[in-house]
Design a protein around this ligand. Structure first.
Ligand code: PLP
Ligand SMILES: N[C@@H](CCOP(=O)(O)O)C(=O)O
Length: 430
């Protein structure tokens, strides 16, 4: 499969090159040159397919033959070694739990898949690769875990100082080995901008092989489309019209859902559920795309002012605003709304949601007001104990910690504070 740059100023790329480089030389995100829908029989037969089989069929066209089919099967199988259950809250609302992986956030799937693809492409290469990652909370931990100890790969994680939860910070600063954490005086958008600048800085790229493990990298982004298929498998016999409410920040996850829809998955509608970082909610009202500096919220992983992936969404809908609007709604919620939702979910359904999932739940409720006959699935994108302070404060109940979280508690953070792109460059060159 060929990939083209969405800035349209760079040559087409192979999958391998797109994975190794992350971003195109014109700073554009890569996008597959074609999307061939899966045969109808795939969806009719989905009940008889395992998660590995579903994922393999869904991603094969984007990856093979550069990765041989047998290798891809192994990669998918190793990536998906945990569950993705749908939990029903009421007749109209369910949640898809995406937090059963090693770092208890949905990023685990993309990080593990990409680590294995990069490992495959690099196996006969002596040159070390430096994976640069910007994180607002969860990507950093998932990438650190996914790449820990991988030979020939150094990971450098940039995170906004004081703006991730304590447990998220532990997950990305305590592993050691080939993982280094840089604490940036700034926002997630500053971290992301520094990473993108580094890719285009020849004085760096001439000395080292840099790549990204954010969703700008196609091997991190595309596997996220699996989730929507796993949910469909669990729900299609019960509900006709399925809507997904996706708590959104960098918009990689919802965009991957739209790729699943392009592959033929019968999804009725998407809801992009935002906290107060709501550039897309505003865009759908005004048709003006106006990124703003991000503000800090309790759903911190969604504190993104300039979502990288919105340009991919525009590409999927061929920049046709009206077509996009028929398939996507977006709402924005305050921290007070989010806390009230966490309490409501706990009181009414005895279910503990994390702040991101609670924003997704609010998206479902808002959409259902005008569309009462659909079934809305909100993605529970991280485990509630990753946000222990706010969860316990809101529902007033002590939480027991899963083993994945216990394993980082009590460890000491190791990070270096940086304030500018020059600091990042100096760190990388040293
Ligand atoms: C827990 C959680 N929810 C939601 C999001 C937003 O996802 P996306 O950036 O793909 O929109 C993130 C970060 O990506 C996250 O970590
Ligand atoms: N919310 C993310 C921000 C980066 O998103 P990505 O999907 O582009 O890696 C995080 O938790 O770090």
């Amino acid at each position: 499969m060929k990939y083209y740059s969405l800035n349209k100023q760079a040559p087409d790329s192979t999958f391998k090159n797109a994975v190794i480089k992350g971003l195109a030389p014109d700073k554009g995100l890569y996008f597959p040159e074609s999307i061939t829908p899966l045969p109808q029989s795939f969806f009719e037969n989905i009940d008889n397919l395992s998660n590995t089989e579903i994922a393999y069929e869904a991603i094969k066209q984007f990856v093979c033959p550069e990765i041989p089919e047998a290798t891809l099967k192994t990669i998918v199988d190793e990536t998906l070694s945990f569950d993705f259950p749908v939990v029903k809250l009421n007749d109209n609302i369910s949640t898809l739990e995406l937090f059963h992986g090693p770092t208890m956030a949905f990023k685990d799937v993309g990080a593990r898949f990409m680590a294995r693809c990069l490992g495959f492409f690099n196996k006969n290469n002596d040159e070390e690769v430096t994976v640069l990652v910007a994180t607002s909370g969860d990507t950093g931990g998932a990438v650190a875990n996914g790449f820990l100890g991988v030979k020939g790969v150094n990971v450098v994680i940039l995170y906004p100082s004081g703006k991730v939860s304590d447990i998220q910070e532990k997950q990305l600063t305590t592993l050691g080995q080939n993982i280094k954490a840089l604490e940036v005086n700034g926002t997630f958008d500053d971290c992301q901008a520094m990473v993108k600048t580094a890719f285009l800085d020849e004085s760096l790229t001439s000395k080292m092989q840099l790549t990204s493990a954010n969703s700008i990298n196609v091997a991190r982004w595309l596997p996220q489309l699996f989730y929507f298929m796993f949910a469909y498998k669990q729900l299609h016999n019960k509900y006709e019209d399925i809507v997904f409410s996706v708590p959104s920040g960098n918009f990689g996850n919802i965009c991957a859902g739209m790729m699943a829809q392009q592959l033929g998955l019968p999804i009725k509608h998407f809801v992009a559920s935002n906290n107060e970082n709501n550039v897309v909610t505003r865009y759908l009202i005004s048709q003006l795309y106006e990124p703003k500096p991000s503000v800090q919220t309790i759903s911190n992983a969604m504190d993104v002012g300039a979502p990288s992936n919105f340009i991919r969404i525009e590409e999927i809908y061929k920049n046709r605003f009206e077509t996009l609007k028929t398939n996507l709604s977006s709402y924005s919620f305050s921290d007070n709304d989010t806390k009230a939702a966490m309490l409501e979910i706990y009181d009414n359904y005895n279910y503990v949601a994390d702040p991101h999932g609670a924003v997704g739940y609010l998206g479902c409720k808002t959409y259902l007001k005008d569309n009462p006959n659909v079934h809305c699935v909100f993605l529970e994108t991280a485990h509630p104990t990753k946000f222990l302070d706010v969860v316990e404060e809101v529902i007033k109940k002590e939480q027991s910690l899963p083993k994945q979280i216990q394993s980082v508690m009590g460890k000491d953070k190791v990070s270096k504070v940086i304030s500018s792109y020059e600091d990042l460059k100096a760190f990388l060159l040293n």
